[in-house]
Design a protein around this ligand. Structure first.
Ligand SMILES: Cc1ncc(COP(=O)(O)O)c(C=O)c1O
Length: 372
């Protein structure tokens, strides 16, 4: 008892029988790319989440990069407490990343900190739904409107999340989802851009296909960032269950919180009452001044019991070698992000994780917090 490994995440995938006929069809026809399933997936995704236009791509990183490439070179304000790809997309698109601090209670980009960084060179604010939790969208939209800036969301974690009853994908000029195996909707690899801007859609459809409008006379230097038909087949099947997946994740989060909520020195990122977090991850914060152990000791204790955990996101972007080498790192005034990075720990979370496994994990954590 107690030695079975619990991974940090696992994709929840369909039984092979449910996709066999479509997979056989694309193998028979040879239409492995540029076919009907990517189009169907784009349409179903848009319909389910009430989004005007969607463009499927090879990854969220590519989606963010090409959305940002659409803008003239300048500065993009983003959180430093996020995954590397958020910042990489800014740099790959030819912009200068300007890091702003996060809110200590939600771990999401602090809108006031972002507004302070606006200059005449700012082109966009790029906010992440950290762990699938909507940031302060209302305030971010007000700031973007006031300063005439584009508002882009890194919605990598946000498939199925809601803000005030409306699905993620409907708030930014563009929002980009990730569909890899660590996400709640898994295509293998893949990304989806959501937007209401038809011109951006036209640009992205060309960008994913070398800039080729169909006559091989390319309009601009694009790339090959197409989604494959197999990925779309997986995505179409996953979409049928995504609401159930997000419901399950919320139930599991409730189990974690009810089992751990009374422990001194342990807290969780806050989710606004009117929002729905998609819980791509479930993360705790260990305040080592109040707790008998620190985050690293807790991770070691879980590791000994064969329970995987991750330090999402440590280090924060302004402390990555890549950003320091480029001259974008090491800034002051990012104290909340530094604090959260040092003390956060993501625990196992996936759509088919068992509540009994969550209780087992909680039991181990509780023991670490009650020495003697
Ligand atoms: C916040 C965030 N943004 C972007 C990405 C990149 O997504 P992809 O792997 O689809 O490029 C990830 C991947 O985990 C992520 O966590």
């Amino acid at each position: 008892m107690g030695t079975r490994k619990i991974p940090i995440t696992r994709p929840t995938l369909p039984d092979s029988g449910r996709i066999r006929s479509r997979v056989e069809e694309i193998l028979r026809s040879g239409q492995l790319t540029n076919g009907k399933y990517v189009k169907r997936f784009e349409n179903s995704f848009a319909r389910l989440f009430g989004i005007k236009y969607t463009v499927a791509l090879s990854s969220c990183t590519d989606g963010l990069t090409w959305v940002l490439k659409y803008l003239p070179p300048g500065e993009v304000i983003l959180p430093c407490f996020t995954f590397s790809a958020t910042g990489h997309a800014v740099v790959l698109a030819g912009h200068r990343p300007v890091f702003a601090d996060c809110d200590r209670s939600t771990f999401n980009l602090d809108p006031a900190a972002a507004e302070e960084k606006i200059t005449e060179n700012t082109r966009a604010i790029l906010a992440t739904y950290i762990y699938g939790n909507p940031p302060d969208i209302t305030t971010l939209r007000q700031i973007a409107r006031r300063h005439r800036l584009k508002l882009v969301f890194d919605a990598a974690h946000a498939v199925g999340a809601k803000h005030r009853g409306i699905y993620a994908g409907n708030f930014g000029w563009a929002e980009v989802f990730s569909l890899t195996p660590t996400k709640q909707l898994c295509c293998g690899e893949g990304g989806m851009v959501a937007t209401a801007d038809k011109r951006l859609v036209n640009y992205l459809r060309l960008a994913r296909d070398y800039g080729n409008p169909g006559n091989y006379n390319t309009r601009f230097v694009g790339s090959n960032i197409r989604m494959e038909e197999f990925n779309a087949i997986l995505g179409l099947e996953g979409l049928k269950h995504i609401r159930e997946f997000v419901r399950n994740r919320n139930r599991l989060a409730q189990v974690y919180m009810s089992e751990l909520g009374d422990i001194k020195g342990l807290s969780f990122p806050e989710v606004a009452k009117y929002d729905l977090c998609a819980y791509k991850d479930f993360t705790i914060l260990v305040n080592s001044k109040q707790a008998p152990c620190n985050r690293n000791q807790l991770q070691q204790a879980l590791d000994k019991k064969n329970i995987e955990s991750r330090r999402y996101f440590d280090p924060p972007l302004h402390r990555h070698k890549a950003y320091i080498d480029l001259g974008y790192g090491g800034r002051d005034g990012l104290e909340n992000s530094d604090y959260i990075s040092r003390n956060c720990l993501s625990l196992p979370m996936y759509s088919h994780l068992l509540p009994s496994d969550v209780r087992r994990i909680a039991h181990i954590i509780r023991r670490e917090f009650s020495p003697g």
